[in-house]
Design a protein around this ligand. Structure first.
Ligand SMILES: [Zn+2]
Length: 344
C-alpha cells in the first residue's frame, strides 16, 4: 500500500462463497440485462450466497419486466427469511441513465426502449418492504468491484464494462460520478474514430462501435466470405461465434481472428479516460474481459504506449474479480447498513 492512496498493489482474493449464519444481514441484488436478469442474496462480504438467473421477458414489455423483478424480489426475500437471514435492502442495476433518488429511468436502455420513463423504485419497495436503490448497471458493477473486488481500497478508479455495449462506472475520490443528468460514464459513446463505424446511438466512431463484443461479432460475421473454411466459420455454423471464442481462435494463431482482435480499440478509450481522470486503476469487467489475462495485458500495454509518462508509470489495468456478479454485489455498497439503520 502506498502512502498517498489505499489502492493496493496486489489484488485481494475475491469474496469466497460461504453461508452466512442465521441472523446475518443480506441484501437482495438485481441486475437487469437485455437478455437475462441476474439476481441473488448477497452477504456483507460481497458473496452472492444464493443466485437466480431468469430470461428478461423483453417481448412482454415494461409490465412483464417489472413483474419479473417484483417476483424475484419477493422470492429472494422469502428465501432469506427461510434461512433465518435478515434482508436489509434491495439494489437494482439497470441499463440507461437513472435518478437513484426516485428510481426513475431517464435515458436510453437498448433492447428495452419502453423502459425510459418508468418509475422502478416504488413498485420494488412495495413487494420487498425494504429500502430500495436503483442505479445504472455499470455504476452498480463499479460499486461491487470497489467494495469487494478489483477496486477495493482504491479512491480513484474506472470500471469499464465490456459487453454487447460498453459502459463505465467512474469513481473519483471515493464517490461515484453521476453527472448533471445522471448519465455520466457513457464511455461507449466517446468518439475514438472520427467518421468511423456507425453506432446504435446514431453517432459514428463511438468506442462501442469499435471495441465492444457486439462490434467484434458483427465484424466477424461481415467477414463470413473470408473465413467460411476456417475455425471462425466452424464457430458460426455451430452458433457459438462469441467474442470470447474469437479471442481464443486468435490466440491459437488464426490470422483472420487476429486481424479482427487487433481492430478492437479498447485501449483508445482507456487512454482517453485516463488522460481526463488520472485514475489509480482501470478495471475491465463484463463478458469480453472474460477473454482472459492475455487480452487484458495486451490492452494495458497498448493504452500505456499512448499515454504520457505521468500516467503510464502508475496506471494499472486489471480484470474485474467478481465476474458477472459485480452488479448484484453492488447492492451492498449502494445500501450500506449505517445509511439506513438509524431510520428503523
Ligand atoms: Zn454511440
Amino acid at each position: 500500500m502506498s502512502d498517498h492512496s489505499g489502492c493496493p498493489a496486489n489484488l485481494a482474493a475475491p469474496p469466497s462463497s460461504r453461508s452466512p449464519v442465521p441472523g446475518s444481514p443480506v441484501w437482495i441484488g438485481l441486475d437487469l440485462g437485455g437478455t437475462t436478469i441476474q439476481s441473488g442474496l448477497v452477504d456483507n462480504h460481497g458473496s452472492v450466497v444464493l443466485q437466480r438467473i431468469i430470461p428478461t421477458p423483453v417481448p412482454g414489455g415494461v409490465g412483464a419486466v417489472l413483474g419479473s423483478l417484483q417476483d424475484l424480489a419477493r422470492a429472494l426475500r422469502s428465501e432469506a427469511e427461510a434461512r433465518g437471514l435478515v434482508p436489509v435492502g434491495l439494489g437494482l442495476g439497470t441499463p440507461g441513465a437513472v435518478d437513484p433518488q426516485t428510481g426513475r429511468i431517464l435515458g436510453a436502455a437498448p433492447n428495452l426502449p419502453d423502459w425510459v420513463g418508468t418509475e422502478v423504485r416504488q413498485p420494488l419497495e412495495m413487494v420487498a418492504e425494504l429500502p430500495v436503490i436503483v442505479d445504472n448497471d455499470a455504476n452498480m458493477a463499479a460499486l461491487g468491484e470497489g467494495a469487494f473486488g478489483a477496486g477495493a481500497g482504491c479512491r480513484h478508479f474506472v470500471c469499464l464494462t465490456l459487453g454487447t455495449g460498453i459502459g463505465a462506472g467512474v469513481v473519483v475520490d471515493g464517490r461515484l460520478v453521476r453527472g448533471a443528468g445522471f448519465a455520466a460514464g457513457e464511455a461507449g459513446h466517446m468518439i475514438v474514430h472520427e467518421g468511423g463505424d456507425r453506432c446504435e446511438c446514431g453517432s459514428q466512431g463511438c468506442l462501442e462501435a469499435h471495441a465492444s463484443a457486439g462490434a467484434l461479432i458483427r465484424k466477424a460475421e461481415s467477414s463470413i466470405n473470408r473465413f467460411a473454411q476456417g475455425p471462425l466459420g466452424n464457430l458460426l455454423i455451430r452458433g457459438s461465434l462469441g467474442a470470447k471464442e474469437i479471442f481464443e481462435v486468435a490466440q491459437q494463431g488464426d490470422p483472420l481472428a487476429s486481424e479482427l482482435v487487433q481492430e478492437v480499440t479498447v485501449h483508445a478509450g482507456i487512454a482517453s479516460i485516463v488522460s481526463l481522470l488520472d485514475p489509480e486503476r482501470v478495471i475491465l469487467a463484463g463478458g469480453m474481459a472474460g477473454a482472459g489475462q492475455q487480452f487484458i495485458q495486451t490492452v494495458a500495454a497498448a493504452a500505456a504506449r499512448r499515454l504520457m509518462p505521468v500516467f503510464a508509470r502508475r496506471l494499472t489495468v486489471v480484470g474485474g474479480q467478481l465476474g458477472r456478479w459485480a452488479g448484484v454485489a453492488g447492492a451492498v455498497a449502494a445500501l450500506p447498513l449505517d445509511r439506513f439503520r438509524g431510520q428503523e
